[in-house]
Design a protein around this ligand. Sequence first.
Ligand code: 5CA
Length: 160
Amino acid sequence: MASTNLSPSAQRVQDALKAFGLECAVLELPASTRTAREAAQAVGCQVGQIVKSLVFKGRNTQSPILIVASGSNRVNEKGIAEMLCEPVEKADPDFVRVRTGFAIGGIPPVGHLEPLKTFIDEDLMAYQEIWAAAGTPHAVFKLSPADLQMITKGQVISIK
Ligand code: 5CA
C-alpha cells in the first residue's frame, strides 16, 4: 500500500516512479536510511541489496555522473575515468543538490532535475530485489534490477 503524506522530496520520487509505470511504493520509515548499512537494517536486507546512488563529476567537463552501486561495493574511480576518458571525482554536497535536486543521504536513482549519465553496478543484477533511496534519509523503495535499468537507462558495468 502506498504511503500517504510523503515529504515533498519523497513524493517527487514516487511521482517519477509512477511516470515510469512502476507500481512500487515509496516508504518513509522512522529509522534512518542515510547509509547503506542503516538502510539494510531498516528494511531487513543484505547491505549488497542497497542501491547507493553516488554523484561524481567529470573534472574537465564538470558534468554530473551517477554511479548506482551495490551497498557493499566501493567505486573504482580510475575505472570510471578510463571509460569516460576523463578524470572523475566525488561531487561535493552543493553540486549534488543543485544538479539532482536532492541532498546526500537520500539521493534516488531517478527523479533528478535533469537526466544524468548513469552507470549501474553489475553486482546489483544478481539480486531478485533491491532497495534504493527515495529522496530523504528516511525514504526507500524496493524494485527489481531490471526495473532499475529501465528507469535509469544506465549502462551495466563493473564498478569495483
Ligand atoms: N540512503 C542511503 C542508502 S540508499 C544512501 O543514500 N546511501 S549512499 O551511499 O548512496 O549515500 C551516501 C554517500 O554519500 C556516501 O557513501 C558518500 O559516498 C556520499 N557522501 C557522504 N558525504 C559526502 C560529502 N561530504 N561529499 C560528497 N559525498 C558524500
